[in-house]
Design a protein around this ligand. Structure first.
Ligand code: 9WN
Length: 691
């Protein structure tokens, strides 16, 4: 990984021109608005000065009315891109800056969010604070521009007036609106595209798209870039869920920045609340479980499903129930299920649609910035499993296929331009994030509580049981299933709710009855489910009884000294682990146990009639998570430390065999087949509580 981080930094060095970083030297040789913010986030991890400079040079070209242009042109590099200043002619606007050449539109305003990240990640807080003092009024001016000039109904829904403003230029979301622009009626100026000479046209927008893009720019020029005039004439006035979510994330960050600087933020709070409320009310579709764009002229939602519709997770805009629906739709065949074959991360467009494309620009491929934002959103809503899966893919794609602009959503092949800046910078960001959590993981072994040997915690309060074994077993299963179904969501355990629940009280009672459960009564499959369920429930019970706060490691002897009496014998968690090794599929059983940690697979009920299906599901989740990373191109397999603890069970060949039966990616499979005993690198186990 470290080698790739070095590679990523070299790419940024190559794309850095002393004042700012271009997205790509050949295809995009100027400064781009939201690219620079993503790039600054990467820099913030290791070079504060560059991060600061990146945003400074962009905001130096801010327009008088507050608009931040989507391109700031490099005078020394003109002639390589289309359209350039000769075409935009922004000097006809009374607001364009005098000393800078810029375009006349904007892009998603992720800058306040990036500025806060610079502050948070940098060790030089004083220096960054000085910079924030400079930037804060400029950020406020930018947001105020949106709320004054692009907010016609005063409900906080900010419109965009050009597909380039969305950052997702030829997204299918814009088709229904753009189709209304009848090209046969247009008198367009002659123009020559440059992009399709550099990149395979199959991967770029069509000429018809470009004609419409140019038509809109002509309309802006005709109106001298006056917002009100453009608004009345422009056929493309849409509310984009991505743009508004990014603005919301930035409003939130701006409040925090104001707080750091001791500035007033009541106005910003108002902006945040109105946008969020209107998005929930007007853009959300509950039947589909997604946010749609909104055609302001037609006054209706644009019913096209793209990754932009999940972005309210990033902005923290979605209500809890909306967020659950978003996750459900996002994690379906439409946008790649977690362990689906031939599927990488979240593609930009619903894969089940007829016009879905794996390689055309914003019409289906995977983009790193989008997935990075969705990862942040999923993490924010604590959808741990999906978040981790995305994180893993974002780290995996550039390593396996190169630092490309976008990636084939089926095979991972890189498309567009190579050595693309935001792919590099966001890779760096995730890497540092991972390292940080890894060092937290390493330092987590402090015991707060110690326990006496043989501490039995399932007393049988009513003395000898009058219940039959079948009744005890049934009741134990019933309560286990109920507790896990009710209080575990997406792998996160709500320990507090469990403690307060009536089910837990009943469970404690039945746990006492286990003291007299005649185990010989259970069939082999039933025993298997019983021990795994019991293990998982004992962990929950111990966490609650021992008042664990952050990690089970706070309790010395958590796995060895605290016990349940079952059928007259005392069992600790490790005792149960050892007896599971008697079962034929012991490897799977050991992997599927939920140790109350972040590194465990999601907690689920194991039914007594055919337990293996659920056990396999847990193993699949574990192997699909960031606990197992396979890079065939690098001949590297990184696996959880868990395999190391049980090295007598998990020999190299055994691990290989298990991985082979669960991994679906063909290249990974081939690699495992050809390398029966590869060298494993062990990943740190994340001991933080799975709450
Ligand atoms: C037009 C620079 C930009 C990104 C956009 C992406 C693409 C430009 C283009 O490249 O757009 O702005 O020429 O295609 O769509 O998101 O900011 O990387």
């Amino acid at each position: 990984m470290k080698r790739y981080v070095e590679k990523a930094k070299k790419i940024l060095d190559k794309n850095w021109n002393g004042r700012f970083t271009v997205p790509s030297v050949n295809l995009y040789p100027h400064q781009w608005n939201w690219d620079s913010a993503f790039i600054a986030i990467g820099y913030s991890r290791y070079d504060t000065d560059r991060a600061v400079q990146e945003l400074k040079s962009l905001f130096d070209a801010q327009w008088e009315n507050g608009m931040l242009p989507h391109i700031v042109f490099d005078r020394d590099n003109l002639g390589k891109y289309f359209p350039e200043p000769d075409f935009w002619k922004t000097d006809i606007s009374k607001y364009s800056p005098e000393n800078h050449l810029t375009s006349g539109i904007t892009q998603p305003p992720i800058h306040a969010y990036a500025a806060l990240k610079i502050y948070e990640n940098s060790p030089e807080k004083g220096k960054v604070k000085e910079f924030l003092k400079w930037l804060f009024p400029r950020l406020v001016k930018l947001h105020r521009y949106f709320y004054l000039e692009r907010n016609p109904d005063d409900n906080g829904l900010i419109y965009i007036r050009h597909p380039w403003e969305s950052g997702m230029d030829n997204s299918p979301m814009w088709d229904p609106v753009l189709e209304k622009i009848d090209l046969s009626q247009m008198m367009l100026p002659e123009f020559v595209r440059k992009d399709d000479k550099i990149i395979d046209p199959e991967q770029r927008p069509k000429d018809e798209d470009y004609k419409r893009y140019i038509y809109l720019v002509e309309l802006f020029k005709k109106n001298r870039y006056e917002e009100r005039k453009i608004f009345h004439e422009c056929p493309f006035i849409v509310v984009d869920p991505l743009f508004n979510s990014v603005l919301s994330a930035s409003n939130e960050a701006l409040i925090k920045i104001a707080d750091i600087l001791g500035e007033d933020y009541r106005q910003i709070e108002q902006w945040y609340l109105t946008t969020a409320r209107s998005m929930r009310d007007i853009l959300y579709d509950s039947s589909k479980g997604i946010f749609y764009a909104y055609d302001y002229i037609e006054k209706k939602q644009i019913k096209v499903e793209t990754s932009a519709g999940f972005m309210p997770l990033f902005g923290g805009v979605a209500s809890h129930s909306q967020a659950l629906k978003l996750l459900e739709y996002m994690n379906s065949a439409s946008f790649c299920e977690i362990h689906e074959e031939s599927c990488f991360a979240i593609p930009n467009y619903d894969r089940t649609k007829k016009d879905f494309s794996t390689k055309n620009y914003w019409r289906g491929p995977v983009w790193i910035n989008i997935n990075w934002m969705l990862f942040q959103g999923l993490r924010r809503y604590r959808f741990k499993q999906k978040a981790e899966h995305l994180e893993k893919t974002i780290l995996e794609l550039p390593v396996r296929f190169g630092f490309y602009e976008y990636f084939d959503s089926r095979y991972g092949t890189g498309y567009g331009t190579k050595d693309f800046s935001w792919t590099a910078s966001l890779f760096i960001d995730l890497y540092y994030d991972y390292i940080k959590s890894e060092s937290l993981r390493k330092n987590i072994g402090i015991y707060i509580n110690s326990v006496v040997d043989d501490m039995v915690v399932n007393p049988d309060r009513n003395g000898i049981s009058i219940k039959s074994p079948s009744e005890i077993f049934k009741e134990f299963n019933y309560l286990t299933e109920r507790i896990l179904k009710r209080y575990v969501k997406n792998g996160s355990v709500d320990y507090r709710q469990i403690r307060l629940s009536p089910e837990y009280k009943l469970f404690l009672n039945i746990a006492g009855k286990l003291q007299n459960l005649d185990l010989s009564y259970l069939k082999r499959e039933e025993k298997k489910s019983f021990w795994v369920n019991l293990y998982n429930m004992m962990v929950i019970d111990f966490v609650l009884k021992m008042k664990v706060r952050k990690t089970v490691k706070e309790v010395e002897g958590f796995f060895t000294k605290i016990k349940y009496i079952v059928d007259g014998k005392k069992y600790s968690l490790s005792d149960i682990e050892s007896l599971l090794t008697d079962f034929e599929n012991k490897e799977e059983l050991i992997i599927s146990l939920v140790r109350g940690t972040q590194s465990s697979p999601p907690l689920r009920y194991i039914p007594p009639d055919g337990p293996d299906r659920m056990i396999k599901k847990s193993v699949r989740d574990f192997i699909g998570s960031s606990e197992v990373l396979i890079y065939p191109e690098e001949k590297t397999v990184m696996i959880s430390e868990l395999f190391h603890w049980y090295s007598d069970i998990f020999t190299g060949e055994k691990i290989n065999k298990i991985l082979l039966s669960y991994v679906k990616d063909e290249r990974k499979k081939r690699f495992l087949l050809e390398n029966e005993n590869p060298e494993f690198i062990y990943l740190f186990y994340d001991w933080y509580l799975n709450n």
